[in-house]
Structure formats: C-alpha cells, structure tokens
Design a protein around this ligand. Sequence first.
Ligand SMILES: *Cc1c(COP(=O)(O)O)cnc(C)c1O
Length: 430
Amino acid sequence: MIYMAKEPRQINLLPKDLPKQWYNIIPDLPEPLPQPKGDMSNMAKAMIKECLGQEQSLERWIDIPEELQEIYQQIGRPRPLFRAKNMEKFLETPAKLYYKAEGLFSPTGSHKINTAIAQAYYAKKEGFEKLVTETGAGQWGTALSCAARLLGLKSTVYWVRAVYQWKEARRNFMKLYGAEVFASPSQNTKTGRELLKENPNHPGSLGIAISEGLEDAISDEKAVYCLGSVLNHVLLHQTIIGLETKKQFEMLDGYPDVVISCLGGGSNFGGLALPFLGDVLKKGGKVKFIAAQSQAAPNLQGEYRYNFADYAEFTPQLKMYTLGHQKEMPPIFGDGLRYHGCSPIISLLRDKGYIDTIAYPLDEKYVFEAAKLFLQLEGFLPAPESAYSIAAAIDEAKKSKEAGKTQTILFNISGHGFMDMEGYKQVLGL
Ligand SMILES: *Cc1c(COP(=O)(O)O)cnc(C)c1O
C-alpha cells in the first residue's frame, strides 16, 4: 500500500504512470474545427510532416512514441500537483486550491519543453538537421534550443528585439545549448531588412519573428520550422499536463470545479484544460474554465474570424479570436501572453461558451502582487505569465468565500520566474 496523507500537499505520479497517449480533442468538439484557409505551401515546405498530420488528425488518442516517453522522463515528467493550503488559510476561503507545477523540474523553466521535445524528436526522424523558430519572452526559444541539443540537432532562434536586448542571461542560456540567436527584425531575411530600413530600432513582434523564421526555414532544405503555441499539434502535445493532472485528481478522489490558466496563444491553458473540457463535452457536467490574459493582448475579447498567424502573411489564415495580425501591443513583463491571436481549438470553445476570460491591467501590479503573495505563502517564484493564473485563482477563491461555497480550484503555474527578477523589481519597486 502506498501511504498517502489524508489531505496531501503534494500529489505525485510515478514515472511508469506517465501518459502513453496525448488527447486530441478535435473529434469531440461541438462542431468541426474550421480548416485553415489560403496558401498552405509555405507551411507544407517549412514544417514537420508528422506535426502537419497531427494538425488534421481525427484520432482521439495519439500514441506518444516510446523513445519520447523516455525523454519526457529525462525532462522531469511527471510533474507534481500541489495543494496551496497556506494560500487557502490566508484567503480564509472554503475553496481548495491546487496547482500544477510546470516550472518545476523543467530544464528550461516552463511547459514549452513538452512540445519542443516532441517536435525535435519528429524532426530528427524526418532527417532534418536544424530547428528554426521565433520567440517572444524567450521561454519557447530556450525550450527549443534545449530540445534540439538533446536530440543532436542545431537551432536558430529569432527573438523579438525589444526583449532580446534586455534579457542577456536568457540569451546566454540559449547559447549554452548551442543555439544561434538573432534579434528580430534581423538582417537575415527580406522581411527583417525591409522593416529595419523603415526603422533601424524596430522593437519587433512575435508576428514578425514568425515571418523571419519561416523565411529562413523555407530557404534551407535541412531546416524545419517549429511553432511553440496556437497550432493544434502543439496543444495536443501539451495535453500531457492535463492528463497527468486528471490522474492526480483520481488519486485524491476529486475533480476540479474551476480550471484556470494564463493564455497567450493557448498552449498551457489548452494543455491543462483540454482533457477536462473533453470530459465536459462527452459527459456534460459543470466545470468553469477561465483564461487569464493581459489587457496588452486580450485576444479572446477580439473578433472571431479568419486571420494570419504572422505579420508578413506567410502563414495560411486560421479561424481564431484575434486582435489583428499587425496590431501593435504594448510591452509587458508577462511577454509570453502578448500575441494577437488565440489557438483555433480554444477559440471555437470560447465561441461556444465553454471558456471565460479575464484581462488584467497593463501596469501588471495586480498580478505581480498576486505572485508575491503566492511566493510568500507557498515558497515558489512564478514566471510573470503564471502570475496571471495566480491572480485569477485568488479572485475565484475570494468569490468562493463570499458565496460560502466549497469548491476545488485548479490552476497552472506554467513556469518558474528564476530569470524574471527584473520584472518583479520594476513592477513591485524592489
Ligand atoms: C509562453 C508562455 C506562456 C503563454 O503561452 P501559451 O501558449 O498561451 O501557453 C505562459 N507561461 C509561460 C511560462 C510561457 O513561457
């Protein structure tokens, strides 16, 4: 018999309990997912074939190759689920608060490694030698650099210039993995050169960096382009988060009433929420899903329509909630949340009323205060993006208190904040 405390603070799976399949929600959606529109040739040329296949798949369960299951163990999976009991006490809430710790044991500090490693694995199998990508906050670039290195591949990262310039430590982190890192817009691509001609100090954007990465990958046969969020196959790989969490709740004999995560393109939110959303779609039941966003990029409050995923319109158009693909968005420290569009899967579910959203103010004081409270009560330092999840979880716990309602609130800590002290310093005035 395995000993388990009555109200455990930490709920852990064994490596042998690691999910062996990812969950593909597409066949369970309330209506068919709108297909991408327009020119697919760039994507067909630039992307990993297996991922393109997964993008369209109607199989509900997709096997995680055995070798990849092993690599998931190498990168610290399964990850723990924690009960935030000190926070419950402090907030005097009848709610139970649980959080999944994606930053913990992640070599690069966030959930992004879950798909990076899968994409690197397939790219290698297909004979590619180099992975190319964009990055905003830098977490995705770091994850892909790590994944490429672990699989013996090279990597090139186009990094939004405004962030590249001040995150020197993270830049060096990527370089340690062997990545080639460029500030975007760069002189490497036509898109970059044209933008720099207009403005030599162009701050860049995620949309621009995607355009540059695609241009680079298309021009090199041995290179392949990898995306870190938004697309169906990325969310598919990330469902490992929610699938583990479901097993952890089974060990507790419990189930969440509220599921919360921050949302930029939708990969950590989708990763945690989709396995639970699948239950709701198949069996009914009331679970509240909340996506926590910034007012810098409240894409779920935008329009639901076809739009490009990148600035220069290399990608096909996706039906998604969007602010417009050339929208300028003010910088925030939770930069991973600063993207104009949301994943088509999450967008459809939002349109059908399954997902609520909240957008927190630009100055980020509210969310950083929430993160500080979490740190002081639970001990862990969250990434700025994860601070949004915590703020939303606290809001919900307060509502439970007002209503005198016992409920179980699950939230995701998408990453740790060990490399983000500058944001804490500036926003909280340390
Ligand atoms: C990238 C990132 C996010 C936001 O991206 P999603 O695709 O919406 O998950 C959130 N948290 C962290 C730590 C990130 O690195």
